[in-house]
Design a protein around this ligand. Structure first.
Ligand code: SF4
Length: 326
């Protein structure tokens, strides 16, 4: 399962784009897409490519010649939108150039930019699936099968229905995402629901959480979705209790402080921050390391076994020390 994101810099500014892609790499991003809106942006690709290490995908709309330029520049993948590039001869030119270089093409269908239709009866889901299948047929007729497909909408039920219908009708990998999902707060939930449902049905090979926010947040959210479904173990996982009337310490403050520290860790570890000694270790049985707090004191536990007791002032340091040695 591959987590991808998209650079938010102006691709014409190669230096800024390189800096952002390198940050994304540090966050574990495994594929990155860059917008190629014009020839100047395409001309940045040969500069960006050797200075970054994850596969680079060029996002192309309207003008097939930009796809040709991106391929010449050394991209590892193309995203074409059948809603705005549909001319057979143009697509043929791109497919031949991609085939020569063994570069895959994602057919990226968006509910907001579907090709026009005469059939007013068709639902948006049928139009999305139909548009993808038509483009697949065209690529296959050109003897090209390095295909990946995505069907994205803002509407979660539509995205789920479209992808389920598509998965039954073609064998290619599927890239999942909810398009224009929103800000970090609402977009993560919307994406987690849509992507999560599909992944749970065994559909999806790459994912992107589209957010109006820092692209690194997209990557973190992507991994959280995968971890919630046990599809990835990458990095730490925080289990923290919501706190309740039994809590006698600032558990919310502690959980946030631990999360902040964990965000810098790369190792795969489950950490629990629990508000009481009665239920804490039991409720966090799954955790590798944890703390269960009582009035002024806390019990540090490791794999469910209590290892030591610490004062409230030392909760964070003691827990982090335990995590470091785990
Ligand atoms: S772990 Fe304890 S303090 Fe936290 S919610 Fe459960 S019962 Fe309440």
């Amino acid at each position: 399962m591959v987590v991808q994101s998209m650079a938010k810099t102006d691709t014409r500014d190669a230096s800024a784009t390189i800096v952002q892609i390198r940050r994304l790499e540090e966050f574990g991003c495994q594929l990155v897409r860059v917008a190629v809106p014009d020839g100047e942006a395409a001309a940045s690709i040969p500069t960006i490519k050797p200075l970054t290490s994850i596969p680079l995908i060029a996002d192309i709309h309207f003008d097939y010649r930009l796809a040709l330029l991106a391929l010449q520049g050394g991209v590892d993948g193309l995203r074409l939108n059948p809603g705005n590039i549909s001319d057979r001869e143009q697509i043929k030119a791109v497919v031949l150039a991609a085939k020569e270089r063994n570069v895959p093409i994602r057919i990226g269908v968006n509910a907001g930019s579907l090709p026009p239709t005469e059939n007013k009866e068709q639902t948006i889901v049928e139009r999305m699936v139909g548009s993808a299948l038509e483009q697949i047929k065209l690529l296959e007729s050109l003897d090209f099968d390095l295909i990946k497909v995505s069907l994205k909408a803002f509407d979660v039920p539509d995205t789920v229905a479209a992808n389920r219908a598509l998965a039954e009708r073609m064998p290619y990998p599927i890239h999942l995402g909810i398009t224009e999902a929103g800000t970090t707060k609402s977009g993560v939930i919307r994406s987690a629901v849509g992507i999560g449902i599909l992944l749970h049905h065994g559909i999806g090979d790459t994912i992107r959480v589209s957010l109006s926010g820092d692209p690194c947040e997209e990557v973190s959210a992507g991994y959280e979705i995968l971890k919630a479904l046990d599809l990835s173990q990458r990095g730490p996982t925080l289990i923290s209790c919501p706190s309740c009337g039994r809590t006698e310490v600032d558990i919310i403050g502690l959980a946030n402080a631990v999360e902040e520290r964990l965000s810098k860790l790369k190792k795969s570890i489950k950490v629990a921050v629990m508000g009481c000694v009665v239920n804490g270790p039991g409720e966090a049985r799954d955790a590798d390391v944890g703390i269960a707090c009582g009035k002024g004191r806390g019990v540090i536990f490791r794999k469910g076994e209590q290892v030591r007791t610490v004062d409230e002032a030392d909760f964070l340091t003691a827990l982090m020390a335990e995590i470091d040695t785990f």
